[in-house]
Every structure is written in structure tokens, then in C-alpha cells.
Write a protein that binds this ligand. Structure first.
Ligand SMILES: Nc1ncnc2c1ncn2[C@@H]1O[C@H](COP(=O)(O)OP(=O)(O)O)[C@@H](O)[C@H]1O
Ligand SMILES: [Mg+2]
Length: 309
């Protein structure tokens, strides 16, 4: 794995940070450190007997942890499907170990099957690792340590071409409740909590520990604008034209945010908002191609309530 990296590849890698900053909003503390670590791995500067990068993403729900992981993998591999994602809340029991790496009957396990499909390079994402059964965590340790994993059927898979990301909501409440406290203090608190709640040897195996911030309203607006543009682009290609303004974006930012789920509901709610406007316009006038997404002031509260129900 220590062949020199091509000039073309290096030129592409230079664009990584810009790409991530465009696609993952409001995580300006996280992106630079994650990018540096990604680049070290991509440039072949890291230990070849370990994964290219090992990341622990901490923070509340719906602030871009998974999104960042998907975005960097998309950029680095040019493929949508090079992420093998495992929700550790589904691997809480001893029996789930066999589901992951296979059992006595020689089956491959979900990990084996997913890795077979991805090939030599990509990203392994373990969500909510604090929920994993200790035996399942042992597998993660092995991956972080040696970049290889022996499946129950005896076949060893080499993971040295992979980045490994684990996420956890540990101490997320502290981030949500923080009132302008000094970031460095908060980060130290979160890291200490994570260290105490995960096994210390697990925590120590991650080269990059990144604490994600909660999203400010201006971040939600930027995300809403992004999603709105993407949603209407499809319809514009089909011949529709849309009218919206900053108040529309603000309305959608509020509509798509949930105090527990962060921006998670946003995409679905924006889609529903646009499609409802289109249905109503088309029923009122079947020939209509101009769709207004302008929100009347005062309407906001009602439609927001309606969407939540
Ligand atoms: N910082 C962000 N930038 C852009 N989109 C975001 C951000 N945070 C959340 N989102 C949106 O909300 C959805 C849920 O975010 P996700 O990254 O899955 O949250 P989590 O932090 O829980 O992993 C994503 O699909 C994305 O569309
Ligand atoms: Mg996630």
C-alpha cells in the first residue's frame, strides 16, 4: 500500500476540504481536523497495517455525523455505496456476533457480505457504538488495531484501505444544553465522558476524536436552502418553475428542525412542503407550471403544527 500517490489523485485531494465545507454545514471545528486525518491516510502517510483513518464522532443526533462520513466517502471513492454502515443498536446481544461475522454454519455474516460488495477501499461506519455488545466491540477493536478481521468461516479480510468511523451520542445532552461555555472546556468534558462510558482501550484506539456542535439557526437555514434547491431541481427539469424567498427558507429551517432529532426530519418535511404546494397548484389549475412557495406571514405556525402531527 506504500506506492506513491499520483499527481491527479493529489489534485483531487486538494478539493476535499472545500467539498466537505459545502456539504456539511456549520461544523467548522470538526472538518479541518477530519480532513487532515483523511488526507494523511489517502496520501499513504499513516501506518499501513492499520486502517487509513480511525474516527470517533461525538455529538447530538442530526447534526451531520453520518452526513460527513457519507460525503467524504463519496468524494474519495467517487461512489455512493462504499460505506458499510452498521447500527450498533442492532448488535446488543451475544448472538448478534454471529450475525455480524457469521457462525458455525460457514455463512459470511453481514460484515463479510457488505465488505465483499464494496471491495478494497471505502468506509466502515459503526453508529452508536456505546450500544454494542462487548464481544462485538472486540471485533471493532481488532479492526482498529490491525485493519483485519477474521470471519467465522476462517477467511481474513484486509481493511487497510478503509477509513473506520464510529459515532456516539454520549454526553450529547451537554452539547445541547451548553450556554456559550468555552468550547475547549465542553470538548474536554465530552471526551472524558466518552472515555468513561466506552471501554478506555476502545476510546484510545481512535486517532481522531471529533466533537460535533449543535446547529445554529443560520446553519439550519443553509441546510434548508440546500435541500430545497435539490428538491425543486428535479421538478424544474420536468418543466416547473418555482418562486420562493428568504422567508420560505426560514420557514423550512424551523419546520425541519426537531430539538431531539436535529435536522433529521428536514428532508422529508421539505419534500412534503414542496409536493403539497404542487398538488394544490395543479388541482387549482391543471395547466399551471409556476409554483409559489412563498409563505404568507402568519401561516407559518399553522403549517408547522400540521406537519408535526
Ligand atoms: N451539518 C449538516 N450539514 C448538512 N446537512 C445536515 C447537517 N446535519 C444534519 N444534516 C441533514 O440531516 C440529516 C441527518 O443528519 P445525520 O448526519 O444523519 O445526523 P447524525 O449526526 O445523527 O449522524 C442528514 O441526512 C442531512 O441531510
Ligand atoms: Mg448518524
Amino acid at each position: 500500500m506504500s506506492t506513491a500517490v499520483s499527481r491527479d489523485r493529489i489534485a483531487r485531494l486538494k478539493g476535499l476540504r472545500g467539498y466537505l465545507e459545502e456539504n456539511v454545514i456549520g461544523q467548522c471545528h470538526v472538518i479541518p481536523m477530519v480532513v487532515d486525518a483523511l488526507l494523511d491516510g489517502e496520501l499513504g502517510l499513516t501506518d499501513p497495517s492499520r486502517p487509513k483513518g480511525t474516527f470517533l464522532f461525538l455529538g447530538p443526533t442530526g447534526v451531520g455525523k453520518t452526513e460527513l462520513c457519507l460525503a467524504f466517502t463519496r468524494y474519495l471513492s467517487n461512489r455512493e455505496d462504499s460505506v458499510a454502515r452498521f447500527d450498533m443498536s442492532e448488535f446488543q446481544t451475544q448472538e448478534s456476533l454471529a450475525v455480524l461475522i457469521g457462525g458455525k454454519l460457514g455463512e459470511r455474516g453481514v460484515l463479510g457480505r457488505r465488505l465483499d460488495a464494496i471491495g478494497q477501499e471505502g468506509t466502515l461506519l459503526f453508529d452508536e457504538i456505546e450500544k454494542a455488545h462487548p464481544r462485538v466491540l472486540d471485533i471493532l477493536l481488532q479492526i482498529l488495531d490491525a485493519a483485519r478481521i477474521t470471519m467465522a468461516d476462517g477467511v481474513t479480510i484486509d481493511l487497510s484501505g478503509f477509513h473506520v468511523v464510529a459515532t456516539s451520542n454520549i454526553a450529547a445532552q451537554a452539547i445541547l444544553e451548553s450556554r456559550r461555555s468555552v468550547r475547549a472546556t465542553l470538548v474536554r468534558f465530552i471526551e472524558r465522558q466518552a472515555q468513561a462510558q466506552l471501554r478506555p482501550e476502545v476510546f484510545a484506539r481512535f486517532n481522531t476524536v471529533a466533537v460535533f456542535d449543535r446547529l445554529a439557526f443560520k446553519d439550519l437555514e443553509a441546510i434548508a436552502r440546500h435541500m430545497l434547491i435539490r428538491e425543486i431541481r428535479r421538478h424544474e427539469e420536468a418543466g416547473y418553475a418555482f418562486d420562493y424567498d428568504q422567508a420560505t427558507v426560514r420557514h423550512l429551517a424551523a419546520l425541519g428542525f426537531d430539538s431531539r432529532l436535529g435536522a433529521r426530519p428536514m428532508r422529508t418535511r421539505i419534500e412534503a412542503f414542496v409536493r403539497k404546494a404542487m398538488r394544490e397548484a395543479l388541482f387549482a389549475d391543471p395547466g399551471r407550471r409556476e409554483i409559489s412557495l412563498v409563505v404568507a406571514s402568519g401561516v407559518n405556525r399553522d403549517s408547522r403544527q400540521a406537519q408535526r402531527n
